[in-house]
Ligand binder design. Structure first.
Ligand code: GDP
Ligand code: MG
Length: 180
């Protein structure tokens, strides 16, 4: 996290979770309001910056995308370095991606402080008809692990901005209280 000009903040936020849960699309929906049906198109993109205003202060959210590295189980420590927020994403229509959440949290904990603002994100909530993970399962895991929880759809935009905004707000409050 960097602070410049007295009123300017830069928050690094990482998006993690199994391959194909929708990480890249959450990011492009948030940063550019775009949805990409061709998942391969995101390879190579490392981060996107979105400016938000909080209490009259300019906050730059620099959101990092694994850019496909996770497929090879090789998200490097450079990816996590300096992160102050994390979105741990699973796909509500694929139970295995939910079962991986603990592994992603373990990995986050090896690389980052426990003070990092965390949000559990159940993406693809538009796929209600093939849902494999209930809202309650998501909620209770989040409670157990001390995470915020939200269900999103990068496809139809449900809660995407809200997910990022909650994390950014939490980081901002921690920074203001000098916890981060
Ligand atoms: P990543 O590997 O986690 O970055 O996942 P991508 O963002 O590349 O998305 C993987 C696949 O899921 C692509 O085919 C997307 O079109 C699709 N996808 C992503 N988000 C959603 C969503 O909210 N709803 C639905 N139905 N499909 C999604
Ligand atoms: Mg991706």
């Amino acid at each position: 996290m960097e602070e410049g000009g007295g009123e300017e903040y830069l928050f690094k936020i990482v998006v993690i979770g199994d391959s194909a849960v929708g990480k890249s699309n959450l990011l492009s929906r948030f940063a550019r309001d775009e949805f990409d049906h061709n998942s391969k198109a995101t390879i190579g993109v490392e981060f996107q910056t979105q400016v938000v205003e909080l209490d009259g202060k300019e906050v730059k959210a620099q959101v990092w995308d694994t850019a496909g590295q996770e497929r090879f189980r090789a998200v490097t420590s450079a990816y996590y370095r300096g992160a102050v927020g994390a979105l741990v994403v699973y796909d509500i229509s694929r139970k295995t991606t939910f079962e991986s959440v603990k592994r992603w949290l373990d990995e986050l904990n090896t690389h980052c402080d426990t003070t990092v603002a965390r949000m559990l994100v159940g993406n693809k909530c538009d796929l209600e008809n093939i849902r494999e993970v209930s809202v309650d399962e998501g909620k209770s895991l989040a409670e157990e692990e001390g995470l915020f929880f939200i269900e999103t759809s990068a496809l139809d935009s449900t809660n995407v901005n809200k997910a990022f905004e909650i994390v950014i707000r939490e980081i901002y409050e921690k920074v203001s209280r000098k916890i981060l």
